[in-house]
Design a protein around this ligand. Sequence first.
Ligand SMILES: Cc1ncc(COP(=O)(O)O)c(C=O)c1O
Length: 468
Amino acid sequence: MSGASSSSTPPNGVLQNPKLSALGKAFSQIDLDGHDMPPSPAPSSPRPGKQYSIATQLVYSEGNDQYNASSVPIYQSATFKQTSATGGVSNEYDYTRSGNPTRTHLEKHLAKIMRAKRALVVSSGMGALDVITRQLKPGDEVVTGDDLYGGSHRLLKYLSTYGGIAVHHVDTTDNAAVQKVITPKTAMVLLETPTNPLIKIVDIPSIATLAHEANPQCIVSVDNTMLSPLLQNPLELGADIVYESGTKYLSGHHDLMAGVLAINDEALGEKLFFTINASGCGLAPFDCWLLMRGIKTLKVRMDAQQANAMKIAKFLESAGFKVRYPGLKSHPQYELHNSMARGPGAVLSFETGDILLSERIVETAKLWAISVSFGCVNSLISMPCRMSHASIDAKTRAERGVPEDLIRLCVGIEDGDDLLDDLRSALVQAGAMNVTLDGIEARNRTLEQEDPPEGEIIAAHAAAANEP
Ligand SMILES: Cc1ncc(COP(=O)(O)O)c(C=O)c1O
């Protein structure tokens, strides 16, 4: 459904002109089938011919609500009355699991900002990945990263254990490693970039090409949660599906759970919608409304968060810590990241060289809340191996080179100097920094340290986890 035009007949067949409101209110709005019904607020698409910049698109939306509400109404209704015993031909909605006007409005809005033909919203980011992986069948093979979000890893483990799906975890930042495992049996490639928490960059266009050459039917899916559509559009880089946890940057306030899927292929979109309708994981109307509200401030939030993240990353690096952040020129894949994205995002990680030291830093910081997740207006601090990635066993984490002392910072919109002061105090109080006449510097200079050889990491981590 396209946007409400300024005159004549909008796509839902309701004769109205929002600009002529006085006249419009004086007469009832009879649709082409003769029904006097409030129009759906569904449209939220740009007028043809004009491509607004993303900052405008995020906040601008259209709807043909009967009262011209500036904020989309919440249709908190499970069912919609039908106009005839056979269901009535003009009713777009009958049951909220299958469709709801507030959800449609959000999906249209998201399709626009995700530069997709269709977007779908579900109850969580993991719900989105579940919908995607239900397109697989026993015997299919999946190629994915070795530095995945822990929840994605858990779902794939479940599928390989109970669903007859073979899952290859490889370093997807190494195209040659990916090429080795991609075959005509590869039904799906799941990518996440930057990876989390190692902040490694995946070359989406090259891997999408490899996958489609090996199997033209292969579905290349990209988890774009870390960057959001503001900074990266994987569909334009060769992906077939882009999905995001709407719980993060899209909503921005950690007050809802949501998942978002976007596609350009209409047949694939229909399959995904079928799964959502069949399994009943479509996002509830109130959460759709909350997500819609959050999306409008994505740019101002992300701009502030990136500026703060850059400040923190530069401070940590100059103090001698090994920092992983694609905004730093020292990031080994700085160029690759910038060839795909319009900004580095606001998640970074650094090493202290000592697990107990990291624990003390995390516990001493005041402004930085100890929390899993990211993308919120508040700054968060965590130790991924203890929290978000704890569902990956210690041995596997070690094999994948995730340092147990790694601290992840998810930078918020607070005053950048306050954040820096608070982190600096936590580092000093925890004993991670030496105060010298020239200033302060890291006690363990991890900056120059190479990643240790795999064997060493495995032994160290197994000892740390008290494993045989
Ligand atoms: C990169 C990434 N993808 C997906 C998810 C899952 O999203 P949700 O928590 O909304 O289910 C998360 C959650 O932390 C995540 O970090």
